[in-house]
Design a binder for this molecule. Structure first.
Ligand code: HEC
Length: 137
C-alpha cells in the first residue's frame, strides 16, 4: 500500500510539473514577437539587426565557447567588440569568420557554422560589435 501511495504522489507531482512547464512555455512564446523570417518577413524587418543578432547568438552554440564578458575557449565577445571598429567592413569580416570558423596555427580553432546564412551571421557580428556601446559607422 505504501508503494501505491508513493506512485500516486509521483504521478500527481509529474502532472503538476508538466502543467507548470507548459505555462512557462506559453509566456515565453507570447513575449517573443519577432517570428522567423519565413513566418513573416515584414515583422522581422522591423526589429533591428542587433536585437535579432543577440537572439541568434543566444540560440546558437556560441555560448559553449564565448561569454559576453569573460574569456572561455574563445575570446569574450566584449573584447572582440573593443578590438574592432563597428564598420561595415568589419561586420563582413566577422560574419565570414562566424560562417567559416577560424583556424590559425597554434591557436584554439573556432568551429565553422556553414548552416548560418550570411544575413544572420552579419546580424550576429553586428550584435557582437555593438557590445562596447559603439554604433555602426
Ligand atoms: C568551439 C568553440 C567555439 C564556438 C562554438 C564558437 N566560437 Fe567563436 N571563436 C572561438 C575561438 C577559439 C576564437 C578565436 C580564434 C582565434 O584565435 O582568432 C573565436 C573567434 C570568434 C570571433 C572573431 C574574433 C576575432 O578576434 O577575430 C567571432 C566574431 C566569434 N568567434 C563569434 C562567434 C559566434 C557568433 C559564434 C556562434 C555562432 C561562435 N563564435 C561560436 C571559439 C568558438
Amino acid at each position: 500500500m505504501k508503494t501505491l501511495k508513493s506512485i500516486c504522489l509521483i504521478v500527481v507531482l509529474t502532472i503538476g510539473l508538466a502543467a507548470c512547464g507548459s505555462k512557462k512555455e506559453a509566456t515565453t512564446t507570447a513575449t517573443e514577437d519577432y517570428g522567423t523570417p519565413d513566418e513573416s518577413g515584414q515583422k522581422i524587418a522591423s526589429v533591428d539587426a542587433i536585437t535579432q543578432g543577440e537572439s541568434l547568438v543566444n540560440a546558437s552554440d556560441c555560448k559553449t565557447c564565448h561569454h559576453r564578458n569573460d574569456k572561455l575557449i574563445g575570446p569574450a565577445h566584449l573584447d572582440v567588440a573593443k578590438k574592432y571598429d563597428f564598420t561595415a567592413a568589419n561586420v563582413t569580416l566577422l560574419a565570414d569568420k562566424i560562417i567559416n570558423g577560424v583556424v590559425e596555427l597554434g591557436r584554439v580553432p573556432m568551429s565553422p557554422h556553414p548552416d548560418i546564412t550570411k544575413e544572420n551571421a552579419e546580424k550576429m557580428a553586428k550584435y557582437v560589435l555593438s557590445l562596447d556601446g559603439e554604433k555602426e559607422h
